[in-house]
Design a protein around this ligand. Structure first.
Ligand SMILES: [Cu+2]
Length: 164
């Protein structure tokens, strides 16, 4: 019975997290326009539909400032459901984007530690939390991902998704 329950919870989580990911609170600060990241249609891809996901990739985030795995291979046109778990004791997040966008974003996050944000290309998880992010990779190339909580990316909390 316990096993059945955990399967049900696993099944219900992605829907919840996907809905949360689509929530457009944006950054709670002035002068920061997240639309500059242009997540809806860029070389990095776009938010995917859960029903189009061809596979699930599990990712673990920890307080050693690492993603496991930190290199992922996907095919152009593929929609992937990332199932992410924060096994640390502090919050972490996974943000999908280009390296330049991430650097810009990380610099801003350092100025505003503790800032809450929510965008379709990211998921924030508290300690012990799990959640899903569905992404469609539209073009061949390399897409980056990182944790943009102040100092985390700089400490090595980043990875690459090779599309091709
Ligand atoms: Cu982190």
């Amino acid at each position: 019975m316990k096993k059945i329950l955990s399967v049900l919870i696993f099944g219900a989580l992605p829907t919840f997290a996907f809905a949360a990911g689509g929530h457009s609170d944006g950054h709670q600060m002035q002068g920061h326009d997240m639309s500059k990241m242009n997540v809806s249609n860029s070389a990095t891809g776009k938010p995917g539909k859960a029903s189009n996901a061809t596979r699930t990739i599990e990712l673990v985030m920890n307080d050693s400032m690492r993603f496991t795995p930190n290199t992922i291979n996907v095919k152009p046109g593929e929609t992937v459901r990332f199932f992410i778990k924060n096994v640390g004791k502090i919050p972490h997040e996974m943000v999908i984007g280009s390296a330049s966008e991430m650097k810009e974003h990380a610099a801003m996050m350092r100025k505003m530690p503790g800032m809450k944000h929510a965008e379709p290309n990211m998921i924030s998880l508290n300690p012990g939390q799990k959640g899903a992010l569905v992404w469609e990779f539209t073009q061949a190339g390399t897409v980056d991902f990182a944790c943009l909580i102040s100092g985390h990316m700089e400490a090595g909390m980043l990875g690459k998704i090779k599309v091709g």
